[in-house]
Design a protein around this ligand. Structure first.
Ligand code: SF4
Length: 151
């Protein structure tokens, strides 16, 4: 493979019917150091939720080509590793754990607790105050009516 070079190695594996583009890209990257951004289910899921890829509309080859154009060869391995970590730790297939996700503020698919969480906690306190106000008003009314009665 070293004699073939990066481009020919990848092209060779991509030409094999049984080998998915994701695997061809991984082999080319890990065996001969080719610039590649392999897109497996994890990468497609996370970048799909982030709105960067559209896994339902794009092919695996198309998504890889897009990412390889977008990410510099010097950063591709690290970026790929970080997206994989996010996929395995937080952006899980069934239910993503979005609250601790560092991308939650930018992610269009983030599932977060309601923003009024704090306000929601304050409401019961305010609600507790209301009866006191009612009591005061009721006391005033009683006093007023008492005065009226006195008159
Ligand atoms: S915010 Fe949630 S859906 Fe978005 S990338 Fe993070 S874990 Fe995934």
């Amino acid at each position: 493979m070293e004699a073939m070079g990066k481009v020919a190695t990848r092209a060779f594996f991509e030409s094999l019917e049984e080998v998915r583009p994701f695997l061809a890209a991984t082999i080319a990257r890990d065996c001969v150091g080719a610039h590649a951004f392999p897109v497996d289910r994890d990468i497609a899921r996370v970048l799909g939720r982030l709105g960067i890829l559209h896994p339902d509309a794009e092919s695996e080859t198309g998504m890889q080509a897009l990412l390889e154009r977008a990410v510099k060869s010097t950063r591709a391995y690290e970026a790929h590793y970080l997206v994989k970590r996010l996929a395995e730790d937080l952006c899980l297939p069934e239910t993503p754990v979005c609250a601790p996700c560092p991308l939650s503020k930018k992610c269009p698919s983030a599932v977060l607790p309601p923003k009024g969480g704090r306000a929601g906690r304050k409401r019961p306190a305010a609600a507790k105050r209301k009866p006191k106000m009612k009591k005061k008003r009721a006391a005033r009314k009683r006093t007023a009516s008492g005065r009226r009665r006195e008159k």
